[in-house]
Design a protein around this ligand. Sequence first.
Ligand code: URA
Length: 279
Amino acid sequence: MSIDVYWCLLTHLISGYNAMTTNDRFYHIGFGRADLGATPPDIALLSGDPNRASMIAHTFLREMKTLSENRGLNSYMGVLPNGRPILSATSGMGAPSLSIVVNELVQVGIKVIIRIGTTGSIQDYIKAGSVVISHAALCRQGAANDIAPVEYPAVADPLLTVDLINAARELGVPYHMGITASVDTFYEGQERSESSANPSLMRRLQGITEEYRRMNILNYEMESGTLFKMGSVYGFAAGCVCGVIAQRTEAETVVYEQKTTAINHAIEIALLSASRYQL
Ligand code: URA
């Protein structure tokens, strides 16, 4: 090997090493502490959908800056109208992706994470267009088992949850608070068979929605359980507000007419809470 090739390989290795160890720029989220400036945010709004993260940043944040759109994990930084610095970031779909993003957000200094998601109601009285604020999750997620034992409770930060509820009340948004079933799959795990490529559900999943309904579980979504366990294990405040876009006691499908209303309600609540929540 020539000395030039050797030198090139060595500098490449060293720069890669630095990127992982000095928090210059994290491999998945594509930014690091140095990108967050002199007054770095300690709070993040975390959407599953990169377009939602972008919309929130472009619509509601002042001094908005794109941090990264690496792998569709779009992250933006800006300030709320009251001057509080904040991130609007993307978790991606499901717990494995969320676990990576949250791990790296914590490493850049984030201490409060509010998930803004969408959800399917499994109670007749929870209608599409309203929101569910989760105080805990039934966590049926593989990724969470790498973080804590299956028995470890998946609970939201209580003070942040109360703040989300107060925000919903102040805004007059129709909300429900309770336990969420947080599962790994949108189709099989949420007992979808008519709208799925796989019509044959395993026996243990047949009737699970009705079982959960009778246990007063409110809704299905795919990220909060792992987020809550990470919050307790890592030591950050985690909250979750989801817009109801499916009414699973009636149908498997998304209620498109209510989707924008539901998501806007969840965003309004998260923004109001984020503007004033203190650690
Ligand atoms: N997200 C889910 O996980 N399930 C739904 O039914 C709707 C949104």
